[in-house]
Design a protein around this ligand. Sequence first.
Ligand SMILES: [Zn+2]
Length: 713
Amino acid sequence: MKAFNNNYIIFFCSEKEWIPFFYLFFITFAFHNNSMLTRIKELTELLHQHNYNYYVLDNHIISDSEFDKLLEELAYLEKEYPQYIQQGSPTQRVGGEVTKNFATVQHIFPMLSLGNTYSFEEIEEFDRRVQNAMLQKPEYVCELKYDGVAISLIYENGKLLRAVTRGDGIQGDDVTQNVKTIRTIPLKLFRDYPHFFEVRGEILLPHKAFEKLNAEREDIGEQPFANPRNAASGSLKLQNSTEVANRSLDCRLYMALGNKLPFITHLESFTKLKEWGFKTPETVQKCNSIEEIRAFINHWDMEREKLPFDIDGVVIKVNDFAQQQQLGTTAKSPRWAIAYKFKAKQVLTPLLSIDFQVGRTGVVTPVANLRPVLLAGTMVKRASLHNNDIIQQFDIHENDYLYVEKGGEIIPKIVGVELSNRLPNAKKVAFVSQCPYCQTLLIKKEEEVGYYCPNEWNCPPQVKGKLEHFISRKAMNIDSLGEGKIELLYDKGLVKTSADFYSLKPENILGLEKRTADEAQNERIVSFREKTTENMLAGIKQSKNVPFERVLFAMGIRYVGETTAKKLARYFKNIDTLANATKNELKEVDDVGEMVAESIVQFFNTVENLENIVKLYKVGVKMELDAENQTLISNVLEGKSVVVSGVFSIPRDVMKQKIEQHGGKNVSAISRNIDFVIAGENMGPEKRKKAEKLSIPILSETELEKMIFSLNY
Ligand SMILES: [Zn+2]
């Protein structure tokens, strides 16, 4: 110890006196670490409890932002002390892991499917069979039949071990990483759960989330999903779990399997499942007679449109497990349960004509115009034929009577043709071979289902669609150009590419006028008076301040949505580097796969695109990241949607930039999806009222500062 003494400690303590210091330091360090472990454990528990309260019990004890604050603290601590991460930590919800191939896993108990029927007589028959096999009168439980994706979850020691799809019933795909991002699926259970057991249920996508997802897909030129079930099953198979986390999947879990489980009836199992932390069906009813079953079925057949998700029938099960065992199973399905499937609500109506619509990316979508008919409470006049497949599949002829269905789904679909009504000389409907707007020969790409018009630069709906996209709110946000103005400018030959907006002169547009009709056939006049012209030009000029990432989104590169544009901008910093990037370099960027990379390369290989970019650059549209925006300062606000309102000590744009620099997202309107509002002086009273009504936290500028600086503790 001599040498040590001499060198380091000697200058403030004499021989041997350093020892207590050493211990003190050691103890402090150990204690500090220990308290971190305690805090991590505490936060993990707390978040599991809040998650359960919120998503399973629908009991909102703390606000979303408080929840996220705790989650952030946990994520921060886990990053600093990875050795203390608890199994099933709630931070896994945000995803991040990428699965290349889903492993095939054998089910512990085969996943049988239920026998199903559309006729009530068969339900009566089922009841008779059950009664004949029983000594006692059976008790039934009726529940809704969710139209989602069946899932099997295995829990060991209260932690989610594995999630497997049904597959062929014997083996399915291991989708654990993706399922972990679903908030309603517990990663960790509460007390008194069995050591090892399996839970089954259904993963579903609520209507609202489905509509949002499809709108986003259509916006970047991807095929929309046909229904929520397809969307849910497609989501479970995504390779990037972060993307799954954004899809707002939900679940209902309704069956437990295992050894010596602590319940003897199906209904009791619901109570236990809920106690352990699972989201069980809200609608379950004990039925003692066939009449009660009939009433339950009829009630839900009428009411199902009001549910926020799709159901396709009712499941009837024998309640008592001993009786279930006594009844046993056939090779395919259990004898103690049956599913009654609702007949989809259907109508027969004649086809009037087919429109072939062309979108901004050139994709051609056939839409059937039908004789208006009332279906499940709404008037149906049009139905999408998606692509050529449906026309071929049903061999649709002109004036055919089509069966249109709305089986709880949102978009009506064509499910068949009534052949007896077909006119003798009716011609087969052919998919157009030429673009109906510009007569260019349509092209079909190998890997894609749809046809598209390749005349990107001269096909009117594509050109106008691109211009509309360019000025849209999330892009250049030139709202003074809305309401038919683009149509008029295009018709007069004044604007053909986005760069043309910037060379518009008042003398060319003043006094232009056009009469149009909206969808309801109301006449509308679009005209450029002095004030309109002034506003429009001011709006165009102002758009030169729009940051590079939004300019990039505005360019309308196929498959490049708002988020991808942002990631590309942050990664490549300016248009030159991006335009010269190879496919492999592009794929380095988070979320950019083969298809997106290919589309970007193609975009920058097109002369017209490059010419337009040069023109935009020359007039002063931003083609590189702002210096202060080059790096993300922190991710304290990651995933947060924020509304900024009022006057602050710094300009509002700077405030917004600050939010972005810390990973947050600026949103203009207040809705349920907002995490909080930053209110300055004179915040709009309407906004405040709305935020208060939705219980959205309203923070001051100082509180935001505190939040941002809390990172530096
Ligand atoms: Zn065309």
